[in-house]
Design a protein around this ligand. Structure first.
Ligand SMILES: NC(=O)c1ccc[n+]([C@@H]2O[C@H](COP(=O)([O-])OP(=O)(O)OC[C@H]3O[C@@H](n4cnc5c(N)ncnc54)[C@H](OP(=O)(O)O)[C@@H]3O)[C@@H](O)[C@H]2O)c1
Length: 288
């Protein structure tokens, strides 16, 4: 089997390449500005003809599109770029994959939901209600993905790992430097370990799963709690993590209060196991 990973230089993309290779899959990855060991082709997915040419040349069985403009606050102000990458770029990739007879896998987000704590955790069949422009563009990206006959949407949440800069690598850096950090305790999610997500993603392709699946970790927790667990597992000073509120923190774009995902449908369909942060941090500590 051959996979083309668009956004192969990113956190999820790097892990999909690694887990795919470990499962004996032939993986070709693209980058836009950060070439890595896993990526051999430069591609901007907003360029429809370039996307079509790359997909034709690689001729994959599946295209996994992890590429996004996902700086949530920047999407609020730079809406044109958010639409160009997250919607038009996704359409380019979905149409090219479909024309090549390939399955199309699109990574989406828990932010498509309202975050109403009374409605959480959200199942894939629950109604969406995006609270910011990033989420709107990702939901429209889901519709663009469905232009492919065999489309798979994997909605995930707070993805972390060691490979590319993310919230956890930033927090480890701050805590190791002895810096105090203010972390919101009123935004709840289901954090997801990138290697586990990648394993499930490759398995979803192997099993030809199509439709919308939630692909997140099993534990629902606030960003503050997640951070204290990290400090604890890495034997760092937990008192450096200080709780704050979303109102005090002041972010440009609104965030869902509780966007926890119920991923039972995916857990029932694949062998891959998505670990809780305590276990995943333990695995990260062994690797670092
Ligand atoms: N990270 C999270 O917490 C999280 C949560 C929910 C959903 N998601 C979704 O999961 C997916 C993967 O996220 P991630 O954490 O792996 O992101 P990431 O580490 O920032 O990687 C993003 C990737 O997209 C590429 N890219 C950006 N713009 C592109 C463009 N116009 N054309 C082609 N490639 C482009 C980047 O390439 P270069 O780096 O080479 O420029 C990079 O490879 C995204 O769809 C995101 O919306 C992420």
């Amino acid at each position: 089997m051959k996979l083309l990973v668009i956004g192969g230089s990113g956190l999820v993309g790097t892990n999909v390449s690694d887990r795919g290779a470990a499962r004996g899959v032939d993986v070709v990855g693209t980058y836009r500005s950060n070439e890595t060991a896993d990526t051999s082709i430069r591609l901007d997915k907003t360029d429809a003809s370039a996307v079509r040419d790359v997909v034709r040349e690689v001729d994959p069985d599946a295209v996994v599109d992890t590429a996004a403009f996902h700086s949530v606050d920047a999407c609020e102000t730079d809406r044109e770029r958010a639409w160009a990458v997250n919607v038009r770029g996704t359409r380019n990739a979905a149409v090219a994959a479909n024309d090549a007879g390939a399955q199309f896998v699109y990574l989406s987000t828990d932010y498509v939901f309202s975050g109403d704590p009374d409605a959480a955790p959200f199942a894939a069949s629950d109604p969406v209600s995006p609270v910011n422009y990033y989420a709107q563009s990702k939901y429209c990206g889901e519709q663009a993905a469905k232009l492919a006959d065999r489309a798979t949407v994997l909605r995930t949440s707070v993805v972390y790992g060691l490979e590319r800069p993310n919230f956890v690598t930033w927090l480890l850096g701050e805590l190791r430097a002895g810096n105090a950090v203010d972390i919101v305790d009123d935004q709840i999610s289901t954090p997801t370990y990138a290697p586990d997500l990648a394993e499930a993603c490759v398995e979803a392709v192997e099993r030809d799963l199509t439709g919308v699946y939630h692909a997140a970790g099993p534990a629902s927790m606030s960003r503050y709690e997640f951070s204290t667990v990290l400090a604890d597992v890495f034997d760092l000073d937990e008192s450096l993590v200080r709780p704050t509120t979303t109102a005090e923190f002041g972010q440009e774009a609104p965030r869902p209060e509780d966007g926890s995902l119920d991923s039972t449908r995916l857990y029932d369909a694949v062998d891959a196991r998505l670990r809780e942060p305590t276990d995943a941090f333990g695995a990260m500590r062994e690797r670092s």
